[in-house]
Design a binder for this molecule. Structure first.
Ligand SMILES: Nc1ncnc2c1ncn2[C@@H]1O[C@H](COP(=O)(O)OP(=O)(O)OP(=O)(O)O)[C@@H](O)[C@H]1O
Ligand SMILES: [Mg+2]
Length: 368
């Protein structure tokens, strides 16, 4: 069991490219931390430095009380699960699981007991005498998890472990991994996790907290709910949530936000929270909070409608901005649209104001 701390961690690759810009991250003992961000933002680089597979340029990595910068991967008490889990094809599942312990000269009786325990936890007992080629993708991924689990590491590191699986299997493995994490925690076993993904659904559903990265910088570290409700900047606002948050440029005056020829009243709560009044501002509102209304509200020109079952996504143009509103199918039918003009009203208390210069959300309550 261990806490993991990154202090001013930096990585400059051989060619001089700075991939990680002195990041600080504190993962609590037993916490499930997700690193998420677009391709190239240095999620894998960060994880590989924690694992000891990549040299640290500057800064410090601490696992529990130990600074591990100089330790080889085998001495760090970590286990890693990759996208390409590569089981040994000529070995049965049982031997694949026990392989690491055999290398470490663990006696056979102890190895067998460890294999049995891991197989029980992962519910793969019926698969122990099969070869990898006799497993489905999901079963093989569970065996790969088992190989990590059997090492009883202090920290589990996952790098996009589910990205090779189809959508349905990914969804069920997602649940399995979070359940496994809860179970390990309940049984008092080590369960600190750093899980890398570029999939925001995985991040939102699996993480106790999420660390959003961009270009080797951390943009925000928070719980899924906090990231969704209180994004610190335009990048996080756009990255978390689906469909993406609507962002409209304009100015604030007289308690309203002016977008081209139209304006939207800013509620008293939001006005009070404003830490500054940027001259170039952006109003942000999630599609779920932009309500289809009868005749009042912002006028927009409907361009297309996507039926998603009980919801519809209305894609529209509003004073040069491409926006989306999520309505229930029932509301959409009840209000209808004679022509392509629709009216949309932001739900009070749900809007955000961003400073266009640096992207900062200036409508968050000041932290106390
Ligand atoms: N060995 C290397 N030498 C030089 N640059 C590298 C090396 N490995 C990665 N990079 C660069 O470092 C940056 C971060 O790469 P990294 O693989 O950590 O990104 P990532 O967030 O894991 O992306 P993805 O989602 O595509 O896996 C990228 O710009 C990449 O091109
Ligand atoms: Mg990667």
């Amino acid at each position: 069991m261990a806490r993991l701390q990154l202090n001013k961690l930096e990585k400059i690759y051989g060619g001089g490219f700075k991939a990680v810009h002195g990041i600080d991250l504190d993962v609590q003992d037993g916490e499930f931390m997700v690193l998420v961000g677009p391709s190239g933002c240095a999620k894998s680089t960060t994880l590989r430095m924690i694992a000891g597979l990549e040299e640290v340029t500057a800064g410090e990595i601490r696992i529990g009380e130990r600074i591990v910068n100089a330790l080889p991967p085998g001495k760090r008490r970590i286990a890693m699960v990759f996208q390409n889990y590569a089981l040994y094809p000529h070995m049965k599942v049982r031997s694949n699981l026990a392989f690491g312990l055999r290398l470490a000269h663990v006696p056979k009786a102890e190895r067998d007991a460890a294999v049995d325990e891991v197989a029980r936890i992962l519910e793969i007992e019926p698969l122990l005498d099969r070869l990898p080629k006799q497993l489905s993708g999901g079963q093989a991924q569970r065996v790969a998890l088992g190989r990590a689990l059997i090492k009883k590491p202090e920290v589990f590191l996952f790098d996009e472990p589910l990205s090779n699986l189809d959508a349905k299997l990914r969804a069920s493995m997602r649940v399995r991994i979070t359940q496994l994490h809860k179970r390990l925690k309940a049984e008092g076993m080590s369960s600190t996790v750093v899980y890398v993904t570029h999939d925001q659904t995985e991040a939102m559903t699996m993480g106790d907290r999420i660390c959003v990265m961009k270009d080797g910088h951390i943009m925000q570290v928070a719980t899924p709910k906090e990231l969704y409700d209180r994004p610190a900047n335009l990048f996080v606002a756009g990255f978390i949530g689906s469909p993406e948050m609507n962002v409209m440029d304009g100015q604030i005056s007289d308690g309203a936000f002016h977008i081209g020829t139209q304006s939207v009243a800013l509620d008293a709560g939001l006005m009070q929270r404003l830490q500054s009044r940027p001259d170039q501002a952006a109003f942000g509102i999630r599609p779920q909070h932009l309500r289809l209304s009868g005749h009042d509200g912002l006028r927009a020109r409907l361009q297309s409608v996507e039926f998603m079952g009980h919801e519809v996504y209305l894609h529209a143009e509003l004073d040069g901005h491409q926006i989306t509103s999520v309505a229930t199918a029932a509301d959409y039918e009840a209000i209808g649209t004679d022509d392509d003009a629709i009216h949309l009203t932001p739900e009070p208390g749900q809007g955000h104001v961003f400073d266009r210069h640096n992207g900062t959300n200036v409508s968050l309550p000041v932290a106390v």
